[in-house]
Design a protein around this ligand. Structure first.
Ligand code: G4P
Length: 532
């Protein structure tokens, strides 16, 4: 098979949702269809929905499973599907955002009862900043949810994306009859055949007596009215707008009942893009280029402290990766032999022989790899778009054992490189401030510092709401701002300057008084990451 054919048959995407919308259930159903797992419950077992931070040890015990579910790869009808897990419950962290830098598209799951929720907004912010194509699945149609028009409106207003239904639900909850596929003109009934599959019928005319008899006069009338609105008021679905990330096609179903999930997968394979070109500092890299290139977006530490063994997850961006290949780690300008790269087929890690653009491979690492590292066959390239994301929770770090400062610093540096946490040093008095997106990360850091580096630290609350990177086209204005606001400034691990804010009011006040200073939500300081 040619490289181009390998690329065309691949789809790499992440599923995003607010906790409890049904992401795990959908993932599991998709893996079942793909034959990657044999029974429902295999993924669910790793979910730690109701755990508290003190249960982190329990999470560690399950790490074997969670490594395997970080990437799930399976074949479906000659296509290769790579699903990247976005940790969502207590394990929500910067990793969740970073995963979105390694996919070509996203499946967004929304609970029909609750509508768009807070976590979805945050994740969609990152998708919208990167123009990632998004397909929407409105789940739990078996429950009495919100009116579908209200849900579409909610998506448009809350997420700033045009939502166009490609299927339409016929009622919901107790009277849920099924969905009508607007594109293929098929009625997918919520009733099952004897073999357990759902009944699907092609409907050439929705006024057809047989169809009306199935759903009843009242619901038929409502469907006609709804479709008149959909077709009359909403714009037609535009595939190019979807690919640009400005329009999302919407499907309805019920994951727990396995209803609508196969259709969703097939639509996703049909609509979503195959592995896309990627930008480097030097040039754009096409997936079809024969030479291999890739970047690391996640590092997973092994729980065994005796072997500081880690797995770096690399997305292949171009060319063919072959086992045993010598590649260049660009940051260090050194050769790196990848003897036993891992693939994540069928929930187990196996050594892979070759990988293509869109694939994710696992590389054993003993501490040499950093998040964002680029690997090539020799060319000095640096992939962009894998920044640090603005943390949301902050703590001051206090060293509890002054004899172990060196260990503390080494440990913190390593954990920073793994992307577990962010560290800032205040400009005025060199205080060490940790920043994270999920609160569990602080416990993880404390535990790992103690277990892996014999360093003890404790935390003190640090009254901070946001940390944004700063920049300006006006060099003098930037220098003046920094001189005036030293007490608010800190340096990140890359020595970039961030500004601390105690709340929205302070941000507004400073933005108003310093119109030439820009504040950014990521360390890359790109225009799309500007704080509004
Ligand atoms: P998440 O990964 O997004 O957090 O959600 P998950 O799939 O775990 O689903 C959250 C809850 O919603 C689960 O119930 C799941 O069974 C339920 N659910 C998923 N899809 C549907 C659906 O189509 N209809 C209905 N009515 N419920 C659905 P739970 O009680 O928290 O867990 P469990 O006891 O069922 O495992």
């Amino acid at each position: 098979m040619t490289l181009l054919e390998e690329i065309h048959k691949r789809r790499t995407f992440a599923i995003i949702s607010h906790p409890d919308a049904g992401k795990t259930t959908i993932t599991e159903k998709l893996l079942l269809f793909g034959g990657a797992i044999q029974q429902a419950g295999a993924i669910k077992a790793k979910k730690t929905a109701k755990f508290t931070t003190s249960d982190w040890m329990e999470l560690e015990k399950q790490r074997g499973v969670s490594v395997a579910t970080s990437v799930m790869c399976f074949e479906y009808k000659d296509m290769i599907v790579n699903i990247l897990d976005t940790p969502g419950h207590a394990d929500f962290s910067e990793d969740t955002y970073r995963t979105l830098t390694a996919v070509d598209s996203v499946l967004m799951v929304i609970d029909s009862v609750k509508g768009v929720e807070e976590r979805t907004k945050k994740l969609m912010d990152v998708c919208r900043q990167r123009d990632i194509p998004v397909i929407t699945f409105i789940n739990k149609l078996d429950r009495e949810g919100q009116n579908p028009f209200d849900l579409l409106d909610d998506i448009e207003k809350s997420l700033n994306i045009v939502a166009i239904p490609l299927s339409w639900p016929i009622s919901m909850g107790k009277t849920f009859k099924g969905v009508y596929d607007l594109d293929k003109k098929i009625f997918n009934s919520f009733k099952k055949n004897e073999d357990g599959t759902f009944i699907s019928t092609a409907i050439s005319d929705i006024h057809d007596d047989g169809f009306v008899a199935q759903i009843g006069d009242d619901l038929a009338l409502r469907l006609y009215e709804d479709l008149e609105m959909v077709q009359g008021v909403l714009p037609a679905f535009d595939h190019a707008a979807y690919l640009k990330g400005s329009m999302t096609p919407v499907f309805f179903g019920s994951a727990i009942n396995n209803f609508g999930v196969v259709n969703l997968l097939e639509s996703l394979l049909e609509l979503s893009p195959s592995p896309q070109p990627r930008q480097t500092l030097e040039r754009r890299v096409e997936a079809t280029e024969p030479k291999m290139s890739g970047f690391v977006f996640k590092i997973h530490a092994n729980m065994d402290p005796k072997h500081r063994d880690r797995i770096a997850f690399m997305r292949i961006c171009s060319g063919t990766f072959i086992r045993g290949m010598k590649v260049k780690q660009v940051r260090e300008d050194r050769e790196f032999k990848v003897a036993n790269p891992l693939t994540f087929m069928a929930q187990t890690r196996t050594v892979m022989e070759e990988a293509f653009p869109g694939d994710i491979i696992g590389i054993h690492d003993t501490g040499a790899i950093k998040i964002g590292d680029t690997f090539t066959e020799g060319e000095m390239l640096t992939f962009t778009g894998i920044p640090s994301f603005s943390p949301e929770i902050f703590r001051k770090v206090i060293n509890r054992d002054p004899m172990k400062s060196k260990q503390l610093n080494t440990g913190l540096r390593q954990l920073l490189e793994e992307g577990v946490i962010q560290l800032f040093k205040t400009v005025l008095d060199n205080q060490l401030i940790l920043g994270a997106v999920g609160v569990l990360q602080f416990d993880v850091v404390q535990f790992r510092l103690e277990n892996e580096y014999s360093a003890k630290c404790e935390y003190q609350p640090f009254d901070l709401a946001f940390a944004y990177w700063i920049g300006s086209e006006d060099r003098n204005a930037l220098i003046a701002f920094q001189a005036e606001n030293k007490s608010k400034l800190a340096k990140d691990a890359e020595d970039k300057t961030v500004c601390f804010f105690k709340g929205q009011w302070e941000l507004h006040h400073i933005q108003k008084n310093h119109p030439h200073i820009h504040f950014y939500k990521t360390s890359e300081c790109k225009p799309q990451d500007l704080v509004g």
